[in-house]
Structures are given as structure tokens and as C-alpha cells.
Design a protein around this ligand. Structure first.
Ligand code: SF4
Length: 414
């Protein structure tokens, strides 16, 4: 019997080998997925539909109210889209152009600079298939995929066999964790865990570069030079190395210069690649599309056919400065992820929340439009964290509108 495999949109790995048992459009069993994926595939939308001012309304009324807010706004903000399909993201960019909006996503306070450098070919990257097939040295830096991307180690990096790594695991690969705490991933890496102090990454990179260049590595926090030299020797011997870069590293360094320097030296001595540990399932897709349209991956403002870019057009700075006068939030929850001192300013402007689930943002929104769960109730395509395109079919059928359908209706009515 032919099996149907589905794609899990629970994180940036977009695992495409998921088997599901469902009955009467309810997912009962999920096989192959990790615990995060199982919870995601079994997620239910509940009975919440459409609301204006916390009162249930029909879809047309909610859309009319959303359109009226956007028409009356002088500088609306569109934010989110990291978990939206490619099709929805394209529409959102068109919408932002049409209404002269500020457009931003979570990458403006996460891994955006790194994604931009990769899109611009300033840093060498590779696919997860390359990692599984070839990688002999794997570094998890400032990230704990065992918790955030649970199948990264088992399916794509340390444990699996690959075409040029028939034995996999510790027989043919060295897994290294560099982090401020002994995470679950660091425990798997055993003796190859290098614990550094908070904000100690830039100095550690300098010391590692010294070690790679045959000099004595030194840090102000007295990290044992012998251990850095041991690490440098492993990296020098890598035939195919990869660094998975997490927020822990990016938040610790002021800019990407230390990473550029490290990758330059590593690639003079060995063969190293870098993959950002983005969490949302299609944040890379959003960054790529916006870059193709504007030359920037986030924080843009459309204005009568021109594009402005800068930190002042990020959600954080535009809310701080109170420059936006309405917000369309798609598939994300700024009330949960941003500091209260910033996000409280959203309470002063009309907010439209389009989301498949109830969030703090949807509860505070003037208009709430409940949509399908992308990848579970509606199909589309997305870009995996390594830049590979993935298409997916819905697991269960529903007549409920998707984000794409709602954005099309808003565009038509504007
Ligand atoms: Fe889903 Fe990510 Fe788990 Fe894969 S690792 S099953 S994409 S949540």
C-alpha cells in the first residue's frame, strides 16, 4: 500500500517524512515527528472564528473592519509571516506596497543579519542533505537543537548515516557544542562541549583564530589554551565542517565581523559551512522574497514606489518611536515575544491579528481573524532553514479560510 508522507511545519527543518492517521478530519496519530512536531500536527484550531472589538462577527464583517483600519492608517505596520506559506508572504509584500506600509518580521531581532549575509553569498553555506551525506565536524554554537529543532541531530547531522558517511555518529563525525550552559545538545557532545561565559563568544573566536594560526590562544576569562588548541586541531582536519549558528552566538557579538574572520581562516585551513538556526518554518522564505524585492531581508518601509530601510523600520524601533498608526500581525504574537515596555504601544493603535490560534496579541486585537494551520489544514510551499524549497499538502480538509485566502480578500477590498 502506498504511504502518504506529510511535511511538518513545526520548525525550520520542515521534516517531509511524517505519517499521520486521521479520522473525520481529526489527526489521531503522528509517526516519525518529534514531540514538537506531534503537538503541532495535532494542534486544533478550536471554535474561534472572527471578532471585532471582542464580539464574534462573520468573516465579511471582520474583513471589512480590517480594510477600514488599513485604509485610514497613514503608516500601517505589517509584521510576522515567519510561519506563513510562500504564497501568503508574496501577497503580504504586495499588500505592503499597495498601502505604503512598514514591513518587518522576527528576523530583525534574531538571525536576520546572518540570513542576509548568506543570501548575499558573503558566508559559505550548504544544505542539510550535504551535512548528512558529508559532514565530519559539526559545531552547534549558541543553540540547543535537541530542544528547538529536535530532529536536527537524528535526521540531518550527527547521528544519521549519509552517502559518504556510512557509519554515521561518533565513528565518523565529531559533534561540538559551544555554549554558555550545558544544554541537552552539549551533553550529547560529551568532552567536546566548550563552555564559555555570557558575551564571551567574540573573544573565544579570536582565541580560536589564534589557535588555528599556530599562536597561543588567550581569553580574559582564562579559557584553558590547551582545550582551544585541541578544538583548533579538530577543525583544521575537517573535510566537510558545518557550524549551526544560534541566537546565543548572534546576540553575544556586536556584528558579524568575528564570524566573517573565523570563516575566512577556517576555509584557508579546511572546508567550513554555516547554517543559521532559524526557528519559524518559513522565515528564510520571507527573507529571500523581501531581499529579491527590495535588497533587504527585513525592516523596510514602502513609500509610493520607493523603499526605505533601516532599524527605524523594525517593529521594535517603530513601536518605540510610535511612528506606526495601525498594525496587521500575521501568524505571530508580539505581545508574548517583545518586552512589555515596547509592545504596550500596540495597545494605542488598532491591531488586526490573523492567526490560527488564540494568542495574547489576538486577545488585544481590534480585529481577530482565525485562519487554518499552515501545513496541517492548508497546503503551500516554504523554504527550509538551509534554503531548500519544500511543498506540502494539507493533512486534513476544512472549509475554513487560510491566511492566503484572507489576504487576497483584504487586497481585493482595498
Ligand atoms: Fe517538525 Fe521540526 Fe520536529 Fe521536524 S524537527 S518533526 S519539522 S518540529
Amino acid at each position: 500500500m502506498e504511504k502518504n508522507y506529510y511535511v511538518c511545519t513545526g520548525c525550520g527543518l520542515l521534516c517531509d517524512d511524517i505519517e499521520v492517521e486521521s479520522e473525520k478530519n481529526v489527526v489521531n496519530k503522528v509517526y516519525t515527528a518529534c514531540r514538537v512536531g506531534v503537538a503541532h500536527m495535532k494542534e486544533t484550531r478550536g471554535e474561534v472564528g472572527f471578532r471585532v472589538d471582542n464580539t464574534p462577527v462573520d468573516e465579511a464583517t471582520a474583513i471589512n473592519e480590517a480594510v477600514s483600519i488599513l485604509k485610514n492608517a497613514k503608516n500601517p505596520l505589517i509584521f510576522g509571516l515567519g510561519n506563513s506559506t510562500d504564497e501568503t508572504q508574496k501577497l503580504a509584500i504586495e499588500l505592503a506596497k499597495k498601502i505604503n506600509a512598514t514591513l518587518d518580521d522576527t528576523s530583525s531581532f534574531c538571525l536576520g543579519p546572518l540570513s542576509e549575509a548568506i543570501i548575499q553569498n558573503k558566508l559559505k553555506t550548504c544544505t542539510l542533505d550535504d551535512v548528512r551525506n558529508k559532514a565530519d565536524v559539526i559545531i552547534y554554537w549558541g543553540t540547543d537543537p535537541s530542544d528547538s529543532h529536535p530532529r536536527l541531530l537524528s535526521k540531518h547531522s550527527y547521528f544519521p548515516r549519509g552517502s559518504e558517511k556510512q557509519r554515521g555518529w561518533e565513528e565518523e563525525r565529531t559533534a561540538i557544542a559551544i555554549d554558555v550552559r550545558k544544554s541537552h545538545t552539549a551533553k550529547i557532545c560529551g568532552n567536546y562541549f566548550f563552555q564559555i561565559p555570557p558575551k564571551g563568544d567574540a573573544e573565544f573566536i579570536d582565541a580560536l583564530i589564534a589557535g588555528l594560526s599556530g599562536k597561543i590562544p588567550k581569553t580574559s576569562y582564562n579559557f584553558p589554551p590547551k582545550r582551544i588548541l585541541e578544538l583548533a586541531n579538530i577543525l583544521k582536519g575537517a573535510k566537510f565542517g558545518v557550524i549551526f549558528v544560534g541566537r546565543g552566538l548572534i546576540y553575544s557579538i556586536d556584528d558579524l565581523e568575528p564570524l566573517f574572520k573565523l570563516m575566512k581562516v577556517l576555509n584557508e585551513k579546511a572546508n567550513f559551512h554555516l547554517i543559521p538556526m532559524v526557528s519559524s518554518c518559513n522565515i528564510v522564505g520571507f527573507n529571500e522574497k523581501l531581499f529579491a524585492e527590495t535588497g533587504y531581508v527585513n525592516s523596510v518601509k514602502f513609500e509610493d514606489g520607493t523603499v526605505k530601510h533601516g532599524p527605524e523600520y523594525s517593529i521594535v524601533e517603530s513601536l518605540k518611536a510610535k511612528t506606526v498608526d495601525a498594525a496587521l500581525i500575521i501568524g505571530t504574537d508580539p505581545f508574548s515575544i517583545l518586552p512589555h515596555s515596547i509592545v504596550k504601544n500596540l495597545l494605542e493603535i488598532p491591531v488586526i491579528s490573523i492567526d490560527h490560534c488564540e494568542t495574547l496579541t489576538s486577545k488585544h486585537a481590534k480585529v481577530y481573524i482565525n485562519t487554518t494551520i499552515s501545513g496541517v489544514e492548508s497546503g503551500g510551499s516554504a523554504t527550509r532553514m538551509d534554503g531548500v524549497k519544500v511543498s506540502f499538502e494539507p493533512v486534513i480538509k476544512t472549509d475554513h479560510p487560510s491566511e492566503e485566502v484572507i489576504l487576497k480578500k483584504i487586497m481585493e477590498a482595498l
